[in-house]
Design a protein around this ligand. Structure first.
Ligand code: F0G
Length: 409
């Protein structure tokens, strides 16, 4: 068997990887790249892949590209897995890490998927790439499209994209289109228009993006010295990243690099939580949220395109999906920044907020190995950071004035 093919997640129909398609031609369901472990093992054997430095392309043989494919990369991945001793002590935990994917080239985990997605776009000979985005995907896509010399059109929900992300998409040269509607409506437009307008879609419905993102799970295992954590807390928006992590963990176990898999603990913002609602109701169908809302604008999504993939991932892993409030997210964001020096955007603090909630309710084994994924950098959203912080103190330019301020420390 070939090392990789592209299959429908529902009916299993195999689709050609040489065409820009995102859904099964028979039943309309999502597609994924199926990995044939024995063939990949053959690709890996005899080379020094384990000794390569951490990065998405360390795992090249585990990605659906041939050795001849030209890669478009800004050295993404290889982000720190930070041992959080202060937060662990604060929560009474023994082993806590934060995988800080905000340290990628454009400040979010999206770059892992985009290096793979843009490499695929070039391989297919596409000239224009597109996405709908709550901000980070558009920033990342714009940067990688520029790098690869592709035209780029990004659709963002009017007035709801954090300033830093908007600045990035504009600076990297994308055509930025503000849609009078929310993310779900923008994605619907992109999916309907891409064929007739000749654009390649790089939202997470694109299975090649998920392939790039799954490398984060390999990295976590490598950084833990060849073992998987017991649980992984991760924010769920469109549901792509949680599914990608699970795919990565399963593949690493299949290859025999690790001998266990974590429980995937999906965390949604309370105002945008259709997947968490499925779990709390024990339901098998998603009921979209028509007016999603949350301070974590990155995950302000009411109709997650990848819900089937993420629900399967979470269930297969024996994990769960639940909500945190905006207040809990902001409190977690502050705690991470103050106690560990990790500045995450609100969505990048949601996973840790979920862990705090679980610890408080007694749902966590305090000696287990826990990883929280922090998906985006705090500089992305300066307005939320400034808005929840104490204002600078204004003083005269004198040492005496400074001494007075210090009395209040
Ligand atoms: N965290 C951040 C910082 C994000 O930007 C996103 C998604 C997520 C979490 C959720 O990941 O969708 O794979 O479940 N942002 C997309 C965007 C939707 O357009 O930037 P997911």
């Amino acid at each position: 068997m070939a090392p990789f093919d592209m299959r429908c997640i529902e009916c299993g129909k195999v689709h050609e990887m040489t065409k820009p398609i995102y859904a099964c031609s028979s039943c309309g369901n999502l597609l994924e790249i199926a990995v044939d472990i024995p063939s990949v093992q053959r690709r890996l054997s005899g080379n020094e892949w384990r000794a390569r430095p951490l990065s998405v392309w360390k795992y090249r043989e585990l990605l659906p590209f041939g050795p001849e494919t030209t890669i478009y990369s800004r050295n993404e991945g290889g982000t720190p897995l930070i041992a959080c001793r202060n937060l662990a002590e604060h929560l009474g935990l023994k082993n806590l890490w934060i995988k800080f994917d905000g340290m990628n080239p454009t400040g979010s985990f999206k770059d892992r998927g985009m290096t793979a997605g843009i490499t695929k776009a070039k391989d297919l000979g596409m000239g224009i790439v597109t996405c709908a985005s709550t901000g980070n995907t558009s920033a990342s896509l714009a940067a990688y499209a520029g790098l690869a010399g592709l035209k780029c059109v990004v659709l963002i929900p009017e007035g709801k994209v954090a300033l830093g992300k908007l600045a990035q998409a504009m600076m990297h040269g994308a055509k930025v289109v503000s849609v009078k509607g929310n993310f779900d409506q923008a994605l619907d437009m992109v999916m309907k228009a891409s064929d007739s307008l000749g654009m390649y879609v790089l939202n997470s419905v694109n299975p090649f993006r998920i392939e790039g993102q799954k490398t984060a799970a390999y990295e976590v295992c490598d950084q833990l010295g060849g073992s998987a954590p017991d649980s992984l807390y991760i924010p769920v928006g469109n549901g792509g990243n949680s599914a990608a992590y699970w795919k990565g963990f399963k593949e690493y176990e299949g290859l025999g690099v690790v001998d266990s898999r974590p429980r995937i603990m999906g965390v949604q913002a309370a105002g945008s939580a259709p997947v968490a609602t499925m779990f709390s109701r024990g339901s098998d169908t998603l009921v979209p949220v028509s007016k999603p809302d949350t301070v974590a604008t990155a995950i302000r999504i009411g109709n997650p395109a990848n819900w089937k993939k993420t629900v399967r991932a979470i269930r297969d892993s024996e994990g769960s999906c639940f909500t945190v409030t905006d207040e809990e997210i902001l409190r977690a964001q502050k705690l991470m920044a103050k106690m560990e020096g990790i500045f995450a955007e609100p969505a990048g603090a949601a996973a840790f907020a979920g862990l705090v909630k679980d610890v408080t309710s007694g749902a966590v084994d305090r000696s287990s190995k826990i990883v929280c994924v922090s998906t985006g950098h705090g500089l992305k959203d300066p307005d939320v950071a400034v808005g929840q912080s104490e204002r600078p103190v204004m003083i005269d330019a004198s040492v005496e004035a400074l001494r007075k301020v210090m009395e209040g420390l």
